[in-house]
Design a protein. Structure first.
Length: 260
């Protein structure tokens, strides 16, 4: 079983805290109950780097203290705690928790891609600009202690993320208990760098404006991916320019998303 279902907007989670806990934590609790009832005891859970919040070091290892800065991250921590407790009580379970670091991009066929109803992450917003839905990308804060003064994130291609799930599923066929892995590249890119990569892929300028920092945003979040490399033999294959190219190809082929 792979558990993807969740509400996932950091900004929205401040406005809908109770619903985020009801859906994310309550939904996970209900799923565990149903799985137990039907004798399904292998689970790969979609967690998030939002669980780390304000990291004390970068790259961030799985052993880092969890200090989420938003209700979304708090809900994922609660889910992880729930699963850890369940695995400790029910020793015949096999659980892998994957902490995602900013999935972006589309399948190389340009048949599968991202088309959110309420774009919140930088890549989704850029794609709305490319589709003509909005005029510009607002950069939230240019006063961070980074080389170009914008936030730095570890962006991972969605296909790499998919293969990480396959590796995690394979782990559940051979082991009992629970384990947590970061899923990232170990390389951080700034907001300005991802804008430049998408502009290159699209062959056009992407207009920007500057706004204030968003509540809950963290300066630098980069994965230490050594654990998943060493234990599962998984490693990200795609870089930022390939991520941008795949996302742009999806937009060009499907300007109206899944409505085409």
């Amino acid at each position: 079983m792979i558990h993807f279902a969740a509400l996932k907007s950091v900004a929205e989670s401040f406005e809908m805290r109770d619903e985020y806990f009801s859906v994310n934590v309550g939904g996970t609790e209900n799923l565990i109950r149903i799985m137990e009832r039907h004798g399904v005891r292998r689970l790969v859970f979609s967690s998030s780097a939002a669980t780390y919040g304000l990291p004390e070091q970068n790259p961030i290892p799985e052993t880092a203290e969890l200090r989420p800065t938003n209700p979304y991250g708090e809900s994922k921590v609660a889910c992880e705690e729930l699963l850890t407790a369940h695995a400790a009580k029910h020793l015949n379970w096999s659980i892998v928790m994957l902490r995602y670091f900013n999935p972006v991009g589309s399948h190389d066929s340009a048949l599968l891609g991202e088309f959110p109803k309420n774009a919140a992450n930088i890549a989704a917003i850029i794609m709305e600009v490319l589709r003509g839905v909005r005029d510009e990308v607002k950069i939230n804060g240019i006063d961070y202690e980074t080389p170009d003064k914008t936030c730095i994130r570890d962006y991972i291609h969605i296909v790499d993320l998919a293969t990480a799930h396959l590796a995690a599923l394979e782990w559940t066929t051979k082991h009992l208990g629970e384990v947590i892995y970061n899923v990232g590249t170990g390389r951080g890119y700034s907001v300005k760098e991802i804008l430049a990569a998408f502009a290159t892929a699209a062959g056009q300028e992407i207009k920007t404006s500057v706004g204030p920092r968003r509540i809950g945003d963290v300066e630098i979040v980069v994965a230490d991916a050594n654990k998943i490399h060493n234990e599962l033999g998984w490693r990200a294959k795609y870089g930022l320019q390939e991520i941008a190219a795949s996302a742009v190809a999806w937009v060009k082929k499907n300007p109206n998303g899944f409505d085409d």
